[in-house]
Design a protein around this ligand. Structure first.
Ligand code: UN1
Length: 511
């Protein structure tokens, strides 16, 4: 990062902790009300990452105005030129990958290898969407009438409100902002209150990459104030939100009043099916990675393992052995396997589900907050496994968003399929089997937006659609070229060069 950019977001007073600003119309500015909030390191809350603007409706109004002002210029910038800026942004992220990853681990806790993966996902989508600047395909089709041209083009919708979670604080903002920007929308970006620093670093790089003033505006603050102001603004016609289902439903209701375009990526209760013929060592690797990676705080986390009874004992033995050996600690330590939960409320929520689980299944591992030694000042929770859980138990139905795994025994493949689909969510699902026919049945019958065969439930790549069925979302997809649907309007264009009135459906009749 250049000195200029460093100075831009960090005020002259460098006393700890630094105070960061909103980014509006190309300038780093204090919020109108002047209030701030802190972001802490969840592995050690004595470490304050910084202070951030506790913005209000007035700041959102300024950001929306800036985005509206930039819109005519940006939508007319040739898409390949917009793509070049995305490309530069991706290259800058690649250059600064380690710095971004370390900042991420410090601010939200995921272990450093996973933080690097998160940044890489941002880079991947920036490069993928940079290419959309030269593609953004429409259809050119023959007209039913002579001397007439027919085609369709995608056009930007307008100012996009981007509201993002803390669990993938670089990847998810990129998943949303890259397709929005390459197709000519301008952006008002409100990151989660737990990760404003990651968002600030990201926007600094965007400014450095050359996104013109006003095309990207950052407003930090609370969802109930900043988020709602974006959702309710009559001048923000398109919204994209990832987060809790309850919040998503509330946003959908408010957005519906103005018939806004809205893409939602919400909860998951992702299941792994392990059939009797599975490679149990491989299944263990996949389940441990999906259940306890990011401390279970992924939308795609595996929280249900649906196992054929014949292999419950050997699988459980493997899972328990592996999970028991996992090291908790600061994710900046390369030897640590599991970082902290995001905050105190998360620890309480996960603890509450463990209490519920004790009445539903049998706790075989973990179940408590981990606070010994160097964990004393962080929000750590032990990897937790319940066995003998039934498909409709609460811990098998509700999203816990923590390192809690339920083992659900079933008699056979048919029961496994029923249990897998017995959820109101449908993000990702997986099956471990060596039977190719069973694998294809799962690919056909799993009710989920993403299906894995012989892999865990995480690991989506950016060039395929990402999103879920049922209450996981509202039918939209991120990533892949499907992401363009969330941020563009179709325009069908007919050019008649016959020089006379030709009526579709009437003058083309063959009789
Ligand atoms: C999320 O949990 O919200 O497939 C995103 C995965 C990651 C993305 C997860 N590539 O788990």
């Amino acid at each position: 990062m250049t000195e200029t950019v460093e100075r831009a977001s960090t005020p002259a007073n460098r006393a700890e902790p630094p105070t960061y600003r909103n980014f509006i119309a190309g300038s780093w500015v204090d919020s109108v009300a002047g209030e701030t909030f802190e972001s802490q390191n969840p592995a050690d809350i004595r470490d304050v990452v910084g202070r951030f603007q506790q913005s209000t409706k007035a700041d959102v109004a300024m950001a929306v105005k800036a985005a509206e002002t930039a819109l005519p210029m940006w939508r007319r910038t040739p898409a390949p030129k917009r793509g070049e800026i995305l490309y530069r942004f991706g290259a800058l992220m690649a250059e600064q990958k380690e710095r971004l990853a370390r900042a991420m681990t410090r601010e939200m806790g995921k272990v450093i290898a996973e933080a690097r993966g998160d940044v890489q996902e941002g880079i991947d989508i920036a490069f993928l969407m940079a290419g959309e600047g030269r593609r953004t395909f429409g259809d050119t089709v023959p007209s039913e009438l002579p001397d007439k041209w027919a085609m369709s083009v995608r056009q930007p919708i307008g100012v996009a409100g981007i509201i993002t979670p803390w669990n993938f604080p670089i990847a998810i903002p990129c998943w949303k902002m890259m397709p929005a920007l390459v197709t000519g929308n301008t952006v008002v970006f409100k990151p989660a209150s737990d990760t404003p620093h990651c968002a600030t670093l990201l926007v600094e790089l965007m400014a450095q990459a050359g996104f013109p003033a006003g095309t990207v505006n950052l407003v930090t603050g609370a969802g109930g104030e900043v988020g709602d102001a974006i959702v309710d603004s009559p001048d923000v016609p398109v919204l994209s939100f990832t987060g809790r289902s309850a919040t998503g439903k509330r946003i959908a209701e408010r957005a519906a009043r103005r018939l806004k375009r809205l893409s939602l990526e919400l909860g998951g209760k992702n299941g792994v099916v392990v059939l009797g013929d599975a490679d149990l060592d491989l299944a263990t690797d996949g389940i441990v990675w999906s259940a306890f990676g990011t401390s279970g705080q992924r939308c795609t986390a595996a929280s249900r393992v649906i196992v054929e009874r014949s292999v419950v004992e050997p699988l459980l033995e493997r899972l328990e052995g592996r999970a028991r050996r996992m090291r908790l600690g600061s994710g900046l330590d390369e030897t640590v396997d599991v970082g902290p939960l995001i905050n105190e409320a998360a620890v309480e929520k996960v603890g509450g589900y463990v209490e519920i689980g004790r009445a539903e299944g049998e706790l075989v591992l973990g179940g408590g907050r981990a606070s010994g030694g160097e964990l004393a000042n962080g929000w750590f929770f032990e990897p937790t496994i319940f066995r003998d859980v039934r498909p409709m138990d609460r811990i098998a139905q509700e999203e816990i968003f923590g390192p809690v795994l339920s083992i659900i025994p079933v008699a056979d493949e048919t029961q496994a399929l029923t249990a897998l689909n017995q959820t109101r969510y449908g993000l990702s699902a997986s099956i471990f089997t060596r039977d190719v026919n069973a694998a294809f049945r799962a690919m056909r019958d799993f009710e989920a937006g993403i299906v894995y065969v012989n892999a865990g439930t995480t690991g989506a790549e950016t060039h395929l659609p990402f999103g879920g069925w049922k209450e996981t979302g509202n039918g939209h997809r991120e990533a892949g070229h499907a992401a363009l649907d969330s941020f563009t309007e179709w325009k069908s264009i007919y050019v008649d060069f016959s020089g006379r009135l030709q009526r579709a459906q009437i003058d083309n009749a063959s009789d």
